[in-house]
Every structure is written in C-alpha cells, then in structure tokens.
Design a protein. Structure first.
Lengths: 305, 258
C-alpha cells in the first residue's frame, strides 16, 4: 500500500552552511494521526516547509500519496491542506471571501466549495462570522478559520504546524475533537506540537527530530513502554512527618501533604499502596508527576554535554 | 493534475481578487490619478498651455492629453504589481498560492491581469476626466487599446518583479520615484522632442517611455516622432522577455521559497 507520506534522505542546508535537516527518512501511513516532535530549532518547521513546498530541499526525495513533490507537484499539493502556525490570510477580507479565494487557488469553483465552506464554518462555530472581516476575529477564531480554509479543497492529508499554540484550553479540546473527527473520516493528520500531553493522547505514531536528525520514529504506545521509571505525586489526608522506606521506591516529601514517589516500572503500584496502608498513610488522590511522553522526549533530546 | 478549467478558476481568482481590491479601495487607487490629471490639465493645459499655443500642429492641450492619460496608467499598473506582490510576501499571504497546486505561470498571469486591470480602469477614469477639458477624435482606437494593454502589461510585470525582489517598502518606492517618474517626465508627455536640442533628442531615444508616449499619441492624434511599429514590437518583446524572466524566478522560488 502506498504511504501517505514518504521521506527519503532529506537534507536542507541554509546559506551553504546551516544544516537544518541531515538525511531524515521516515514514512506516514494513510489515515494516520502523526506527531512530529522536537525542540525549538530541531528542523520541524523546515520539514513542514519542504512538504508544503515553501522551502526548497537541498537533496532527498519526498512523495505524497506516491506523487513526487518536485515532478508531480500539482498532484501532490492537491492532496495536502496546510495550516501554518502564523496567520497568513488577508485581514481585510471577510471570512467567506478568504475561503472563496482559497478554493479558487486550488481550482475548485465556488459552487462546489460553498457547501464545504458552510459545513466547516458551522462545525468550527464560525458560520455567524462569515461576513466579518478577518481582522475583527479573535485569535481562536482565526486559528479555526485557518483549519476551515485548509479543508476547502477536500485534501487527503492535513498538515498543521502548532495548531493549538496560544489557544485556551476549551478551544484546544474543541480543535482536538474536530481533528480526531477528520481522522476518523480517513484523513491523514500530520502535526507539530509542543503540547506533548496532546501528542500522547492523540497521535498514533510519532517522529522526534533533534538537530536535524531523526532520533525516534515509532508507535506512541510502544515508545511509552520504553519508559522504565515513573514518578507519582500522592496527596495525603493527614500530614506526614517521617518518610517511609521501601526498597525500589524513592520517596521525597514535597510538603507535609504531598508525597512524591519515583519508582521502577517492574515494582508496580500494588506493593506501594500496601506499604502505605501498613504505615497508616491515607492517600486522598494521586497524579503522574510528569507527562510520560514529555519525560521520554526530554531524555531523547537531552544534550550529552 | 489541474485541468484547464481548474487553472482558469485559479487564474481568475487571483485576477478578480485584485480587481475587487482596486474597486474597493477606489479612494487610494482611482481618485488620486483623477485629481492629479485634472490638476495637470488646469495648470499645464489652461494656465501655461494657453501661452504656448500650438505644438506639433495641434493645440497644446490636445498635444498633452494622450500623455496625461497613459502616464497614470503606467504608474498604477506598476504600483499594483509591486504593492500586491510585496505585501503578499511580507504578510505571508503569498504562501496561500505557493502551497496550492497552481503553476507559477497561472500565478503570474493572474497577478499581471489584476495589475493591467488597474491600469486600464485608471485610464478609463482619466480619459473621462480629459473629455471635460479637451475634445479630440481618436485616430485609431485599436492602436490605442493595443498600446494601453501592452504598456500596462509591461509595467505590471515590472512592478511584480520589483515586488518579488524587494526586501522593504523602501525598495518598492525607489523605482517609481527615482526611475519611473524621471523617465515619464522626460518621455515627451509635456513637450515634443523636436523642440529639444539635437543632443537631448538623441538621449530621448534611449528612454523607453518616449516610445510608449509617442505611440499612444500617434494612436490618438496621428502625430509621431519615430516609427510606431518597431516601438510596439519592441514593447511586445519586452513584455514576453520580462514575463519569462519572472516566471523563472517564481519557479525557482527566488526570495519567495527558502
């Protein structure tokens, strides 16, 4: 089966010296929900730029649904919807006109695109704003407009660069729900995000890039299984004065009512709960100290120095 | 693969966007050339022109009319091309087009058509104003239209090139202020080159604007200093060469793709 995206030995050198990508290769399956992760300056935006043809690659090959982005650019680009990080529509244009122009650029007549515009504007709660100039929209509305715009030509693949950057928690949830719905309809979603919790929850597969090199490309669940240690915070009912001692567990008292426990996965939580119970320590609630993917991400991208 | 119909949709979208913009912003796009032309007619035509009398066998007011019509057309088609492309580049709106499946040929044709439209609509408005000041018959309407379209096309492309190459708003004001304006004013809009000393007559022959003004005046009044056909052919060749050059720049993404 043809991959939705195939990247082979992709290199990008800026100004003859700055190596943004150093031979990156990976593929994304059709219908995947794929996260492209990496610290700032890792090469994510360059990679997205090459996929969307805003950046000229130095060498390597990229194909979208089997179409080469250089020799079959028209076919390849028709299959992609792009949601950039920065707002890039005419702020004096109305919402509907922005969508009309977008459809036109892709050769889609307005009579075909108009029902889609209505569908997506309603789904993204923007229909009432259809005649409003873009400059009068809030940041969250602009973000949703960019997503609606990217879908006007009915692309098979949606590429989003930091889609939830700077949006409030409610909108973030709305956007993830919307994107999940699109993915369920069969659209391939590729995104970059700094919210690793979101990546952990929504992306089936991820790639991690650091300093222009692909350091991980795998199934998210498999990656999380690699994590051998985890930390939890227990909120206690009664203040604690003396730390418990249990082999394989490291206890730290954050404050009299918050106990942090670092443990190896092989020991598990059952023994810990039993030990706490035997020592008359009552737990009110607990949480993971850190997002698991975040933990792995930091470990994988840690500087060796 | 985009079909011919898809390509036409993409082309007309870019062109119509610029047409709508020109009409929506009429206070910025249409009113200034109208007022400037009226002032030219009042000052150069009536106040000074009445003392000059005849030039090249026709009243001075009639002599300057074609030049005063083509001048704002040139300036506006250039301004449209340069500002639209440069603004789209700076505001990242051009990315909408660059990520789309349309070819650079379609993109350039759309931008060029939009800029030509602005030049032509300004020409129509200014011509209407001209008729309040001077009455003349058009000698060759087909030649008027051909010269107007080719001139607007050339300066639309010149403007687009300026927009592609510009790195700041200063860069897009340098050409109109320091290149275009001097060439226009020295291109024989307000005088016949035959009144110049022989040395300056020869210098005028190196000014491309001279040929455009001369050709346009010929189309209106049947008055010319140089043969019209070679000038028109040269203009056509320059339009084609400039189009091909910008098309190449867009294809390699010069200053647009990184």
């Amino acid at each position: 089966m043809t991959d939705a995206l195939k990247i082979e030995n992709l290199r990008k050198i800026y100004n003859g010296s700055v190596q943004a990508l150093r031979g990156v290769s990976f593929s994304v399956k059709k219908g995947d929900f794929f996260g492209l992760l990496g610290p700032n300056g890792a090469g994510k935006t360059t990679l997205i730029g090459i996929l969307t043809s805003l950046v000229n690659k130095t060498s390597g090959q990229v194909s979208i649904y089997g179409y080469d982005i250089d020799t079959q650019f028209s076919e390849a680009r028709s299959l992609i919807g792009v949601v950039p990080q920065e707002f890039n529509f005419g702020i004096f244009d109305s919402v509907l006109n922005i969508l009309r122009y977008q459809a036109g650029y892709y050769g889609v007549p307005w009579k075909i695109a108009k029902p889609r515009a209505e569908k997506y504007l309603k789904a993204l709660d923007l229909w009432e704003k259809r005649d409003t100039q873009a400059r009068f929209l809030s940041g969250g509305m602009k973000r949703r407009l960019m997503i609606a715009r990217a879908l006007l030509h009915d692309p098979q693949m949606l590429i989003l660069d930091e889609p939830t950057a700077g949006v409030d928690i409610e909108l973030r949830r709305t956007l993830w729900k919307f994107l999940t719905g699109l993915n369920n309809e069969g659209k391939t979603i590729i995104l970059t995000t700094h919210y690793l919790e979101d990546a952990e929850n929504f992306c089936r597969n991820i790639a991690i890039i650091d300093e222009g090199v692909l350091i991980k490309h795998c199934n998210t669940a498999e990656l999380l299984r690699e994590l051998d240690r985890e930390s939890f915070v227990f909120y206690l009912k009664v203040p604690m004065t003396e730390l418990p001692v249990l082999k394989g567990y490291k206890f730290v008292l954050q404050d009299p009512l918050s106990l942090e426990v670092e443990m190896s996965k092989e020991f598990g939580l059952s023994a810990l709960f039993e030990h706490l119970k035997n020592n008359n320590i009552e737990v009110a609630s607990m949480r993971n100290k850190a997002n698991r993917l975040e933990e792995l991400f930091l470990r994988l991208t840690a500087n060796d120095e | 693969m985009m079909t011919l119909s898809n390509k036409f949709t993409a082309y007309s979208t870019i062109a119509m966007k610029e047409v709508r913009r020109t009409l929506r912003l009429w206070i910025q796009t249409l009113l200034p050339p109208l007022i400037t032309t009226i002032l030219y007619f009042i000052i150069f035509g009536h106040v000074i022109g009445s003392r000059i009398g005849m030039m090249a066998g026709v009243p001075y007011l009639v002599f300057i009319a074609p030049g005063l019509i083509i001048m704002p057309m040139i300036i506006n088609s250039f301004a449209s091309g340069s500002t639209v492309v440069y603004s789209a580049k700076m505001m990242h709106q051009i990315e909408e087009l660059l990520v789309s499946p349309m070819s650079e040929f379609v993109m350039l044709s759309g931008y060029m058509t939009g800029a030509i439209f602005r030049g032509l609509i300004v020409g129509a408005v200014v011509t209407a104003a001209t008729l309040f000041f001077v009455h003349f018959t058009v000698d060759n309407i087909a030649l008027v239209i051909l010269t107007a379209v080719l001139s607007c096309a050339f300066f639309a492309l010149f403007g687009i090139l300026n927009g592609v190459l510009a790195n700041s708003f200063d860069d897009i004001s340098i050409i109109p202020n320091f290149v275009l304006s001097p060439l226009i004013y020295l291109g024989g809009v307000f005088y016949s080159v035959s009144v110049l000393p022989p040395f300056w007559q020869k210098i005028s022959l190196f000014n491309p604007l001279f040929y455009i003004v001369d050709c346009f005046r010929y189309a209106f009044l049947h008055i010319n200093h140089v043969a019209v056909l070679p000038g028109l052919l040269a203009l056509l060749v320059m339009v084609i060469v400039l189009f091909l050059f910008i098309w190449h720049l867009l294809k390699i993404g010069y200053r647009l793709r990184y």
